[in-house]
Design a protein around this ligand. Structure first.
Ligand SMILES: Nc1ncnc2c1ncn2[C@@H]1O[C@H](COP(=O)(O)OP(=O)(O)O)[C@@H](O)[C@H]1O
Ligand SMILES: [Mg+2]
Length: 325
């Protein structure tokens, strides 16, 4: 559905995107993650044809965004970051204005606006002035304009930024309900947002794509690399003795204990070894106070990949120094 090939973007001398490539399949909901300044907005503007890439290509369902911008843009609904709405317009007038910009057939404009107002839940506000709406409802207007022309792809740049927690939950729900058959790319620097809305993530840092996969797969990769411990255990008194017992057990790869005597265990991948651990410890008269499975948080995954990319960058700089110096 979307194919990004070797996109590079310079702003003057500044290289904001350093050779980005990725593909998005039809129906996928992708979280586009990265710290501020990473290049999320730049990528989205290029995807939607608002700014050109310095080099590289973007294909939207086989239409190259700069060779066939009209066809490509028909397929895309875009909600820009900090969307600038015409704050003195009424919602219906604004949507009518957008519908004309999008070249929607005049005969169906009214029907589309009514439908979109219904879908987005703006019914009771339809004649309100946009400037008088809460931020959450303004974001809804932004979403409404993005789906007016019934696009197959939605590109949403930080749709929940600046909202309070209740509004965030509502907008998230709305995005989920809009996704349906659509392909969605959603940028955010809030990790929990991605975890709740998306199945797959792209992580960008300083203009480089540093990870791309299903969330569970990324967690697994990181788990394997850092032995973070997928089972947590607390026993009474004889913790270090328990550690020795666990280390000798088959199916256990790694056992660690912190100063609070919390034991963390990394087990061999697929197999759930918790029942075996319990039987073994009970057999040896350990008192188990607590045992729980622990999944890596997306924060931990994110930190791992950004740390790795920083280390890689440092190593490359050092190598450069060695060559030139
Ligand atoms: N129009 C512009 N001119 C010059 N630099 C820009 C421009 N837009 C963005 N940048 C720079 O490009 C980098 C990526 O910005 P952006 O894509 O907005 O990141 P994000 O959306 O991830 O926060 C930042 O360092 C930013 O300062
Ligand atoms: Mg941005």
């Amino acid at each position: 559905m979307i194919s990004v090939k070797n996109v590079i973007k310079y702003y003057g001398d500044y290289k904001a995107l350093k050779d980005i490539s990725f593909d998005v399949k039809k129906g996928e909901i992708i979280g586009f993650l990265g710290p501020n300044g990473a290049g999320k907005t730049t990528t989205m503007r290029i995807l939607t044809g608002y700014i050109p890439a310095t080099s590289g290509n973007v294909y939207i369902d086989n239409y190259e965004i700069h060779e066939n911008p009209r066809e490509a843009k028909k397929l895309i609904g875009y909600m820009p970051e900090n969307i600038s709405l015409y704050t003195d317009m009424r919602i219906t007038d604004y949507l009518n204005f957008c519908a004309h910009l999008k070249n929607i057939n005049k005969r169906i404009i009214k029907k589309r606006i009514d439908a979109v107002i219904e879908i987005i839940g703006l019914g009771e506000y339809r004649n309100h002035i946009i400037g008088h709406l809460s931020k959450g409802y303004r974001q809804r207007v932004g979403l409404a304009q993005s789906i007016l022309h019934e696009p197959q792809i939605l590109i949403l740049d930080e749709p929940t930024v600046g909202l309070d927690p209740t509004q965030i939950i509502e907008i998230r729900k709305l995005i989920k309900s809009l996704s349906g058959e659509r392909t969605v790319i959603l940028s955010t620097h809030i990790l929990s947002e991605v975890e709740e809305t998306c199945e797959k993530v792209l992580i960008i840092d300083r203009g480089e794509l540093i990870a791309e996969n299903m969330i569970y797969a990324l967690k697994k990769t990181v788990d394997n690399e850092i032995n973070s411990g997928n089972v947590k255990l607390l026993v009474r008194d004889r913790a270090s003795e328990a550690v020795d017992v666990l280390r000798a057990m088959p199916g256990i790869r790694f056992v660690n204990m912190n100063e609070m005597e919390d034991i963390s265990i990394t087990t061999e991948s697929e197999y759930d070894i918790r029942p075996a651990i319990i039987s073994k410890l009970v057999e040896l008269d350990f008192e188990i106070l607590e045992m729980k499975a622990k999944e890596l948080s997306l924060e931990e995954v994110f930190l791992h990949f950004t740390k790795k990319s920083k280390e890689k960058r440092k190593a490359e700089e050092k190598e450069k120094e060695n060559i030139t110096g």
